[in-house]
Design a protein around this ligand. Structure first.
Ligand SMILES: *[C@@H]1O[C@H](CO)[C@@H](O)[C@H](O)[C@H]1NC(C)=O
Ligand SMILES: *[C@@H]1O[C@H](CO)[C@@H](O)[C@H](O)[C@H]1NC(C)=O
Ligand SMILES: *[C@@H]1O[C@H](CO)[C@@H](O)[C@H](O)[C@H]1NC(C)=O
Ligand SMILES: *[C@@H]1O[C@H](CO)[C@@H](O)[C@H](O)[C@H]1NC(C)=O
Ligand SMILES: *[C@@H]1O[C@H](CO)[C@@H](O)[C@H](O)[C@H]1NC(C)=O
Ligand SMILES: [Ca+2]
Length: 498
């Protein structure tokens, strides 16, 4: 579970964190999917064949590392000596290792076969390495299988053997041999099956992290690249998806040598833990997954429904369902350009024109599918259509604008002299005075004469105190004692032009 934290730390910040509210200030810019968790908490474990679990009748067993010390006992009727399947998924406390254990290989040469089936009956997406921990040695050969349809059909996920060619007729590979083009290939690996001592290496791993690394780079620094691939590369998302897993144990650990028939009590399987770090697959239409009636279930949004949000909700069936997408980064998109785009929960059927139309569109939207913005609002092109903030206020300046409405791109219609998207600034030669007002003086074109200084683009102040008053206040010239000077005439001319 340590892995999970830095891999996908997008746990929603609170219970109200709904995917449709993913945008806006203070909200996280992340795709709409539930956080990952260790799915061992929710798995149903079944082992086959019946009678494979040790202890009924009670049995003695030895160990590979000390084959003449056979003092251990498995007894299903004793709590301390029993090893039921549940111990593969328990939370071990206080350092005590608990494990499921099989009967020994006393019926050799008949193969010692065991299946461990882990059922969730819910589409899951694995987000980190699946780790199976074997006590008393890892199997000489085994297969990890997966089902995507609740156990109806199975397919191999990875083969494990100390000799892949002999066990499965496959040449041994490692994940590091895989390239982006063949990442979804099922391989046989010898890495987790060779005998190195039962205590030295206990884990058999299905490498998810290393596969992600093929796209996201070492240490998974570029997760965006992985998301893009998930969206664009056929079969990639499905490769990491399963509803159930099965371990087919085909041959137990042999201690690095051939089978010793005189001491078969040292051959058996024992599994102490199975970690399955995964998230519910909700097709990017839910941020939460809950246990309901003992079954995992996405809490679907975007008017979708079903266990995996794999269809449109009842009453929202007139358009076809689509999965959400990881693109555009980083938030992804709901792709629910259907019905009311998430801006209304109510539709009304207008009989005589045979049209279903949304009622009471929220978020300043309007239209049959709430697909337009109300007058006075315009569409934010960088947001998906179902975003709560899709319609931005035109916010046209009441002084500078001729109308409170704006164009599709948010441009307000300006009065003369005003400019800017909101008509809240002036074209050159104009100054803002409750709207764009033409300048009467400035420091470039309409200079004050005779050493005067232009104040507020409206009046000139003149050097010395002896000159006139009226022109001094309003005009551009400071050469007049008052009266109808050329400057005043000029001012009056400008004033009339306004
Ligand atoms: C294990 O499962 C496979 C199918 O995945 C089946 O063919 C096989 O018989 C099972 N083995 C046991 C021992 O139940
Ligand atoms: C999963 O589904 C199968 C078949 O429908 C059923 O037998 C099994 O009990 C289910 N398991 C869980 C964990 O719900
Ligand atoms: C995957 O492709 C790479 C490059 O094309 C190749 O070298 C490698 O052998 C392939 N791996 C497998 C398992 O086929
Ligand atoms: C449009 O949405 C983007 C992304 O949320 C945001 O950064 C931008 O400020 C929005 N623009 C307007 C005009 O609201
Ligand atoms: C202008 O008059 C004011 C007071 O009337 C005085 O303080 C100032 O010094 C005078 N300036 C000049 C340049 O004479
Ligand atoms: Ca355990």
């Amino acid at each position: 579970s340590i892995h999970l934290v830095y891999l996908f730390s997008n746990r929603p910040s609170g219970p109200l964190d709904a995917c449709s509210l993913g945008a806006g200030p203070g909200r996280q810019a992340l795709p709409c999917q539930p956080p990952p968790t260790n799915m061992k908490e929710f798995m149903q474990i079944r082992v086959d064949p019946p009678g494979i679990t040790c202890g009924n009748p009670p049995e003695r067993f030895c160990t590979l590392e000390n084959p003449y010390l056979c003092s251990d006992e498995c007894d299903a009727s004793s709590p301390d000596l029993s090893h039921p399947p549940q111990l593969m998924g328990d939370r071990e406390r206080g350092g005590l290792i608990t494990y499921w254990q099989t009967i020994t290989w006393s019926r050799y040469p008949e193969p010692l076969l065991a299946n461990i089936t882990l059922s969730w009956n819910k589409s899951l997406e694995v987000v980190d390495d699946i780790i199976i921990t074997f006590e008393y040695g890892r199997p000489t050969s085994m297969v990890l299988e997966k089902s995507m349809d609740k156990g109806a059909t199975w397919q191999p996920y990875q083969f494990y053997a100390d000799d892949c060619l002999e066990a499965f007729g496959m040449s041994p590979k490692q994940v590091s041999d895989l390239a982006p083009t063949n990442l979804t290939r099922v391989i046989c690996t010898e890495k987790y099956s060779r005998w190195v001592g039962a205590k030295e290496e206990k884990n058999v791993v299905f490498e998810v992290r290393a596969r992600f690394g093929v796209f996201a780079g070492p240490k998974l620094i570029n997760m965006d690249a992985l998301y893009v691939r998930m969206e664009t590369m056929k079969g990639l998302r499905d490769f990491f998806t399963f509803s159930n897993l099965r371990l087919r144990l085909l041959r137990p650990a042999l201690g690095g040598t051939y089978v010793q028939r005189d001491n078969l009590l040292k051959y058996f399987y024992a599994v102490s833990n199975i970690d399955v770090p995964a998230r519910c697959r909700c097709n990017l239409h839910a941020s939460r997954c809950v246990l309901r009636d003992a079954t995992l279930q996405c809490e679907c949004e975007h008017n979708t429904g079903g266990q995996d949000c794999q269809r449109c909700r009842g009453g929202f069936r007139s358009r076809s369902w689509r999965p959400g997408s990881y693109l555009p980064l980083p938030r992804g998109a709901a792709n629910t350009y259907c019905e009311c785009n998430g801006h209304s929960n109510r539709c009304s059927y207008i009989d005589f024109i045979n049209v279903v139309t949304c009622v009471s569109c929220k978020h300043n939207t309007r239209g049959q599918s709430c697909q337009y913005c109300r007058l006075g609002y315009y569409r934010n092109a960088s947001l998906p259509l179902d975003d709560d903030n899709i319609c931005a206020d035109c916010d046209c300046d009441p002084d500078g604008s001729a109308s409170p409405h704006c164009s599709d791109s948010g441009l307000c219609r300006c009065k003369a002299g005003a400019t800017g998207r909101r008509c809240d600034s002036c074209v050159s030669g104009f100054t803002w005075r409750g709207g764009g007002a033409e300048n009467l003086c400035d420091s470039e074109r309409l200079l004050c004469q005779n050493g005067g200084t232009c104040v507020d683009f409206l009046r000139c102040t003149c050097p010395g105190n002896s000159t006139g008053t009226s022109v001094r206040k309003m005009g551009r010239c400071c050469d007049d004692e008052g009266g109808a000077s050329a400057a005043l005439k000029h001012f009056l001319l400008l004033a009339t032009r306004r």
